[in-house]
Design a protein around this ligand. Structure first.
Ligand code: TYD
Length: 207
């Protein structure tokens, strides 16, 4: 039996600059000889990507939104994440349940007990091995989203106060699980952020 793979997730408000850093971590792990799968949520499977389309563009009730996030996640865990980890592959994922806590509980005001019930249903006793929360002021992140020129989705169209709440919820999550959830100051040049993240990963698993 191969040693179980590790599960690393990237989190933060829209415009925090996760994407290029995810690619850097995947490259770092591959250079260290790890088999790595890169994925994202909502998404990661054919069904999940179809749910993503709905979640990003279709207006819906807050609880529908939360349940569809977890429905996509259930599929993702069963079809990709858990089989990969069992086979010794590492999984690097753009967002996971911390995003549901931050966006749906923090941002939209979903009842925390409902979130906890869904989390306990979909992945009891299972959490990422390491979660990197990209933290920066929402105004800075919003400027990055505008500068990207892409049409904003349903979440990206939210106002700054929504992202203030999302940010606070991420920081709360980090306080509750400080070893798993590491806060990265994302309001710095990408090379600086990258060096910190690479240092963290190397220290945790390759020292
Ligand atoms: P994101 O992953 O940031 O993709 P892109 O960089 O292509 O915009 O976008 C996904 C959006 O979905 C993001 O705004 C956060 C939101 N989201 C939730 O609200 N809850 C969740 O549980 C997840 C996984 C994502």
């Amino acid at each position: 039996m191969p040693e179980r793979g590790r599960f690393i997730t990237f989190e933060g408000i829209d415009g925090a600059g996760k994407s290029s850093q995810i690619a850097a971590v995947v490259a770092l792990l591959q250079a260290r000889g790890c088999a790595v799968e890169q994925s994202r949520e909502p998404g990661g499977t054919q069904l999940g990507e179809r749910l993503r389309e709905l979640l990003l563009h279709e207006p819906m009730h807050l609880e529908t939104e939360a349940m569809l996030m977890f429905a996509a996640r259930r599929e993702h865990l069963a079809a990709r994440i858990l089989p990969a980890l069992d086979a010794g592959r590492w999984v690097v994922c753009d967002r996971f349940s911390d995003a549901t806590y931050a966006y749906q509980v923090g941002g939209r005001g979903l009842d925390r007990a409902k979130f906890e019930a869904l989390e306990a249903w979909v992945h009891p006793g299972f959490q990422p091995d390491l979660t990197l929360v990209f933290d920066l002021p929402p105004a800075v992140a919003a400027a990055r989203v505008v500068a990207s020129g892409a049409a904003p989705d349903r979440f990206e169209r939210e106002q700054l106060d929504f992202f203030e709440r999302v940010r606070a919820a991420y920081l709360e999550r980090a306080e509750q699980a400080p070893r798993r959830v590491r806060v990265i100051d994302a309001d710095r040049p990408p090379e600086t952020v990258r060096a910190e993240i690479e240092g963290l990963v190397l220290e945790r698993w390759f020292a």
